[in-house]
Ligand binder design. Structure first.
Ligand code: MRU
Length: 407
């Protein structure tokens, strides 16, 4: 087991955007191919690709895909730029909380407008190349975050992480997990506590998967066990990622992060946030202005399931063939559960949702929360480790970095 086992999350191949589909529980490594930018929008909103830095890359590649699909006689440059702006805005609006999505889309707009004097064919090449640069830079940034963050960890560290701020949440390597991977390579990691991260289970489905592939010692816990492991003295540091960091250091991240920060504070455990400067939004004075995404109530009132069906006999295979010959077959399950049998490659799979609460129970499902800066020990960026007072340290770290300053 080693880090080389980690797959790329999102890439450009044969003029299409490809990505590991992060929806199936558990992850199976299906690859999604997007030939149109609308496919990238759907992949983002359905969370086939997710995690703030990966969303920044997806936004840039989505715009590049639109660019690639425009013919050379598109019309005049003004019309082309207006079209590009619309597409970039549409992609940026697919999810509201991670500022990286906006950052990736804005960077493509900026480069297009700054080079409007070029021939269209030339500009198209430049824009595709810019998206590829964003992809490559992401990995470089994460490796630097990993290097700087690992220095903060002591030998034999037991670390707790939440959600997935791993390779899958970035183009490659990860932010919070990038720190853990680097420290692991240095022989510093004794154990990683993986919060399962209800309701979408990014910890259980994605972080645990990555750590096992990389051979990092880890143990999965349900979210409500964090206080107990901290109280038992089994956690030396908490490390999480971020979706948007306000100018004063307030951190928006996966729901549950705020509670962990309070728990860490109570137990005297350092609470680190690992994020690129593209996650910093200096237009927001504090976290009150962060728009928190509200998601489908079904995420809370039940669990999604999927898997493959192995036909045991030729008769069973024939029956499954018949059921699925006109597309997915919905099994009539009672009590609001859903189960579909689908053809997958040469075999059959199932996708379902099973309710765990009474049908029609009102649900509140915010996908993120905001951790006040006073609970954050340090913010590890690719440009250095910011410490309180964050208003000063973050501004200094973001100077000339291209972090979002004004819209
Ligand atoms: O809803 P998700 O899965 O996109 O949320 C992801 C997170 O909250 C991550 O912790 C954050 O984006 C940082 S990823 C390096």
């Amino acid at each position: 087991m080693s880090l080389e086992n980690l797959p790329r999350t999102i890439w450009w191949e044969d003029d299409s955007v490809r990505m590991v589909d992060q929806r199936p529980p558990p992850l199976v490594g299906d690859i999604l191919v997007c030939n149109l930018y609308q496919g990238v929008c759907t992949a983002i909103s359905s969370m086939a690709v997710r995690g703030a830095p990966a969303l920044g890359v997806a936004a840039a590649l989505g715009v590049a895909l639109w660019v690639r699909n425009q013919s050379e006689d598109y019309g005049d440059m003004t019309t082309f730029l207006a079209g590009l702006d619309d597409v970039a805005d549409e992609i940026a609006a697919t999810r509201p909380t991670a500022v990286n999505l906006l950052w990736g889309a804005e960077r493509m707009k900026t480069i297009a407008h700054a080079n409007a004097d070029m021939q269209l064919a030339e500009l198209k090449e430049l824009l595709v190349q810019e998206a590829l640069n964003i992809l490559e830079e992401d990995e470089a940034r994460n490796r630097e975050i990993g290097r700087l963050g690992a220095e903060l960890l002591a030998e034999e560290s037991a670390v707790l992480t939440h959600c997935n701020a791993g390779s899958l949440a970035t183009a490659y390597f990860g932010t919070a997990l990038g720190v853990i991977f680097t420290a692991f390579e240095q022989g510093k990691i004794a154990n990683v506590w993986v919060d399962e991260t209800r309701p979408v289970l990014q910890g259980a489905r994605l972080t645990a998967w990555e750590l096992i592939l990389a051979g990092v010692p880890c143990a999965l816990i349900s979210d409500n066990m964090a206080a107990s492991v901290m109280g038992a003295g089994l956690v030396d540091a908490v490390i999480v990622g971020a979706d948007r960091i306000a100018a004063n250091g307030d951190v928006a991240n996966k729901i549950g992060t705020y509670g962990l920060a309070i728990l860490a504070h109570e137990h005297g455990i350092p609470f680190y946030v690992a994020a690129p400067t593209s996650s910093v939004d200096l237009t927001l004075p504090d976290g009150k202005g962060v728009v928190i995404e509200q998601r489908d109530p079904h995420e809370v009132s039940g669990v999604a399931v999927s898997g493959m069906i192995e036909a045991q006999t030729p008769d069973e295979a024939k029956a499954l063939d018949t059921l699925t010959e006109n597309g997915p077959y919905s099994v009539g399950v009672q009590r609001g559960h859903r189960l579909e049998i689908v053809r997958k490659g040469a075999g059959y799979g199932f996708d379902g949702w099973f309710g765990t609460a009474p049908p029609n129970v009102p649900v509140y499902n915010p996908a993120f929360d905001v951790t006040p800066a006073r609970y954050v020990t340090a913010i590890i960026t690719e440009r250095g480790v910011a410490r309180p007072d964050y208003s000063a340290s973050l501004a200094e770290m973001c100077e000339g970095s291209g972090a979002i300053h004004e819209l």
